[in-house]
Every structure is written in C-alpha cells, then in structure tokens.
Ligand binder design. Structure first.
Ligand code: IMP
Length: 183
C-alpha cells in the first residue's frame, strides 16, 4: 500500500520507498564487506522487522541464513518495559555463528538491549545489530548499533513493518501517524 492511500491518517511522510531502498543498499554493501567469506545469520524480531529483513536479505550478494523470533514486552503496550518474554524462539543454533540482529526501530532500546544479551549468551562468534530507524531516546541506552539507517524524530510512526493496532505495516514508506487515529 502507498502512503498516498492513507493520506488522511498521516501528518508527515518521513521516508519514501526509494529512500529506504537506497539506504538498505548502502547498509548491505557494508555488511558484504564486513562479512566477506562468511555466511551470517540474520535474526529478525516479528513482526516489525519483516520488511527490513526481506529487503536486506535480498539486497545482500552473499549467502545468508534467516531466522525469526517472536517476543512480547510485559506491561503497558505503549511503552517498552524492557521485560521481555519469548513467544517463539529461534530455530537456529547460534554457537559459532556470525549473527546480525535485524531491527525495524529502536525507541527506548530496552527490547534490543535484552535481545542482545539473550543472544550473546548462546555463544555466537560475533553479534551485531542492523536497525533501520532510531528515535532520540535510543541514545540513552548503551546498545551498540553497527548498521543503522535513519534518525527520526520522537513521534509515533507507521509503515514498512511498523504498525498501529496491527494496521499500516504494509505501507511502502514510513510516516508519522496523525493523532486523530489513536484519539
Ligand atoms: P523499544 O524497546 O522501546 O526500543 O521498542 C522497540 C519496539 O517498539 C519496536 O521494535 C517496535 O515494535 C515498537 N515501536 C517503537 N516505536 C514505534 C513507533 O513509532 N511505531 C510503531 N512501533 C514502534
């Protein structure tokens, strides 16, 4: 679905499909260089990371493995508590693997901090993070993101995997959700 199809629900277009595509190509070139001769394992968190995963994986001119995890945060749905429960674990064994966590957005960074610690305990040869979007608060948490795409303002955004009440994930771009939608 195009951003123009939901024009009444958004206040500002942050990223077009083309901008996202160009940035992902740029990040993929860096991953190819950094992992030359390796076969990294891309780990995505459902469901938000599905679009980034699909595009990053297809952009990479190398063999990769893909795996997904589903997690849920306890507590309020609008704010991350940092307490995470695994709903679906990975199929892959991480020991000795070069793992790249593929994320859609880092807001508080709490989910990612938890995930990184969890995966690190499984004995990977290396563990890095690729995230398409980063909000200002993410800077407060000490999670080292090796590959990241765009810094965005502190607004609720939808599209390209990101939802509001499960809607808008299938938008090709990223936009700020209009307040009247959640009022
Ligand atoms: P964190 O633990 O606060 O970094 O939360 C990260 C998760 O919250 C992301 O993976 C998204 O699923 C969700 N999230 C954070 N900000 C937004 C947003 O602006 N729109 C949609 N989902 C968001």
């Amino acid at each position: 679905m195009e951003l123009s199809d939901v024009q009444a629900d958004i206040t500002e277009v942050l990223l077009t499909e083309q901008q996202i595509h160009d940035k992902i190509a740029e990040l993929a070139r860096r991953v190819e260089a950094d992992y030359a001769g390796q076969r990294p394992l891309l780990v995505g968190v459902l469901k938000g990371a599905v679009m980034v995963m699909a595009d990053v994986a297809r952009e990479l001119k190398m063999h990769v493995d893909i795996d997904f995890m589903a997690v849920s945060s306890y507590g309020m749905s609008t704010e991350s508590s940092g307490v995470v429960r695994i709903l679906k674990d990975l199929d892959a064994d991480l020991s000795g693997r070069h793992v790249i966590i593929v994320e859609d957005i880092i807001d508080s960074g709490l989910t990612l901090a938890w995930l990184k610690a969890n995966l690190a305990s499984r004995g990977p040869a290396s563990l890095e993070i690729l995230a398409l979007l980063r909000k200002p608060d993410a800077a407060k948490v000490d999670v080292d993101v090796k590959y990241f795409g765009f810094d965005i303002p502190n607004a609720f955004v939808v599209g390209y995997g990101l939802d509001y009440a499960e809607r808008y994930r299938n938008l090709r771009g990223v936009a700020v959700l209009a307040p009247h939608v959640y009022a």
